[in-house]
Design a protein around this ligand. Structure first.
Ligand code: CDV
Length: 312
């Protein structure tokens, strides 16, 4: 029996700072219904889907910061999305800012959940690689304060049995690190979903700005190919509150080939039919980790965070 999953990548155009969650959810519902019409089993929404990308502003008032976070999921604003998912039988990946009390302490994470066709949450991931900075940096044209507002995720890179396959998640900057894909690859992942908000202007290395679209696809295509998995990358795109965000959301096959790609910088759904048995074939025959990897020589990857020069 073949394992076909029809997957949509639901790119979003900009979300204004004063656009409420209810209005955003209406946009998500429109694309969820489009996905149902096109036979989707699963739709991938962007990172921090429910609001504008708030880490571009420096805030000192904890109450103001917390106003961007969700304390429960689903909640009043997002319940219609869960209800419609159940009604249509279409699951989704959703990124949002999560405030949670765990172990007697309050935590803030950049989170994504996987919701099955039943409307039940079947997986959660918290962003591991947080880019940006923690304090105001006046030389930047806009701030990127993820290190101020979020803690690194504490869940690792789990995979989940859902939609008839092995599903994994990551978020935006995670896609640039090969370890993200490999840790899921070592668990037999078949579909890796990720949302992103990527400014075209990268303050620490602006000389690379003209390659932003290339690097976006480069890392996702490499991750897909090297692990024999589908990768679904979904942007929030366009000029959001003066910040130019890249688009080119795409669905990538386990061969590394792009199967579908957004053409606009606005709300746009692309769809691809994904045969998960292609992953089985490639993971067994092209890669065969068990027969070819040499983990005894990979220790440096987990032994330290930074480079340890053998010459010093
Ligand atoms: N939201 C992100 O994680 N953005 C980063 C930018 C800051 C480089 C990214 O990797 O796309």
């Amino acid at each position: 029996m073949t394992r076909i999953v029809t997957i949509g990548s639901a790119q979003m155009g900009p979300i204004a700072k004063d656009e409420g969650r209810q209005a955003v959810v209406q946009r998500l519902l429109t694309m969820l219904r489009q996905g149902a019409e096109q036979g989707c089993d699963l739709i991938v929404f962007p990172e921090l889907t429910l609001t504008t990308f708030f880490p571009r502003w420096y805030m000192t008032d904890p109450a103001e910061v917390d106003s961007w976070f969700e304390t429960e999921m689903p909640n009043a604003a997002t319940q219609p999305l869960f209800d419609e998912a159940r009604k249509l039988g279409v699951g989704f990946y959703l990124g949002y800012a999560e405030k949670v009390t765990e172990g007697g302490a309050v935590h803030h994470y950049n989170t994504a959940i996987l919701v099955e066709k039943s409307g039940e949450i079947v997986g959660k991931y918290r962003k591991t690689h947080l880019p940006g900075h923690a304090e105001f940096e006046p030389e930047r044209p806009f701030q990127h304060l993820e290190k101020r507002y979020f803690e690194p995720g504490n869940l690792g890179f789990p995979v989940f049995q859902a939609f008839g396959g092995v599903m994994g998640m990551c978020i935006c900057n995670d896609r640039r690190w090969p370890e993200t894909y490999r840790v899921m690859g070592m668990q037999g992942v078949e579909v890796i979903m990720l949302g992103y908000n990527t400014p075209r202007y990268f303050a620490p290395a602006p000389g690379l700005n003209h390659l932003a679209d290339f690097h976006n696809h480069l890392v996702m295509q490499a991750g897909a190919y090297q692990n024999g998995a589908f990768v679904i990358g979904t942007a929030k795109a366009g000029v959001e509150e003066g910040c130019d965000l890249i688009g080119e959301s795409c669905i990538i096959a386990p061969t590394g080939e792009i199967m579908a790609q957004c053409k606009t910088m606005g709300d746009e759904l692309i769809v691809a039919t994904c045969d998960l048995d292609i992953c089985t074939d490639i993971q067994k025959n092209r890669w065969n980790f068990a027969g070819n990897r040499e983990p005894a020589y990979y220790g440096a990857i987990t032994a330290s965070k930074g480079v340890v020069s053998p010459f010093e």
